[in-house]
Design a protein around this ligand. Structure first.
Ligand SMILES: O=C(O)CCC(=O)C(=O)O
Ligand SMILES: [Fe+2]
Length: 188
């Protein structure tokens, strides 16, 4: 869309595979952390955890995301699951790293900036839980198996401020997503 590269692919993942990954997330989820851990209490209240990269469904998803984006699999971080219970959210943010922050020294040596974000919604939420791109007027409601993918960068590689987004509070039900962040260079 105008201002940012954002694509969606409804029905990208089968309902069976969505359920399988939800089970994996429930097994590993613990309170989400932010890369920058100071003074951000309450900015993100979901639960997260990396899903087992050796799981066959996870491996197949990894391979499909690499094939779809054309980005070498080695640039992708491990797939991370998120669960939002009722009332949980993630306030407005960008997915790229703040190059002024102390953690940047570590991240710059470990793949550098986050370029593309690929997120699969694993279930539909009864009410709330949309992903809102606040500068673009785009609100994406969760739907089981649909993929949302966007480029956090501009064509010259610098961060695109228009990609600011938020996960709105879940009002009824639970929300599950699984996300892969691709780096500018090989990760890990
Ligand atoms: O859950 C969502 O809708 C968005 C999550 C998100 O923006 C993130 O984890 O970086
Ligand atoms: Fe995000």
């Amino acid at each position: 869309m105008e201002g940012a590269e954002i694509y969606s692919a409804p029905g990208f993942l089968s309902h069976t595979h969505c359920h399988h990954i939800i089970g994996l997330i429930d097994g590993v989820a613990s309170p989400s952390r932010l890369v920058d851990e100071k003074d951000w209490d309450g900015y993100r209240t979901s639960f997260s955890g990396d899903v087992d990269p050796r799981d066959t469904v996870v491996r197949a998803l990894d391979e499909r995301l690499a094939a779809l984006t054309g980005i070498a699999p080695g640039h992708g971080e491990s797939l991370q699951g998120q669960r939002y219970n009722r009332g949980e959210y993630y306030h407005e943010h960008w997915d790229w790293f703040d190059t002024e922050a102390p953690y940047w020294l570590r991240e710059s040596r470990n793949g550098g900036q986050r370029s593309w974000t690929a997120m699969v919604y694993l279930n539909a939420v009864d009410e709330g839980g949309s992903t809102d791109f606040v500068h673009l007027g785009l609100k994406v409601a969760p739907s089981a198996g649909s993929l949302l993918i966007w480029n956090n960068a501009l064509p010259d590689g610098s961060p695109n401020p228009l990609t600011m987004h938020a996960a709105r509070p879940v009002l009824r039900g639970v929300k599950y997503v699984v996300t892969k962040w691709f780096r500018a260079r090989p990760w890990n």
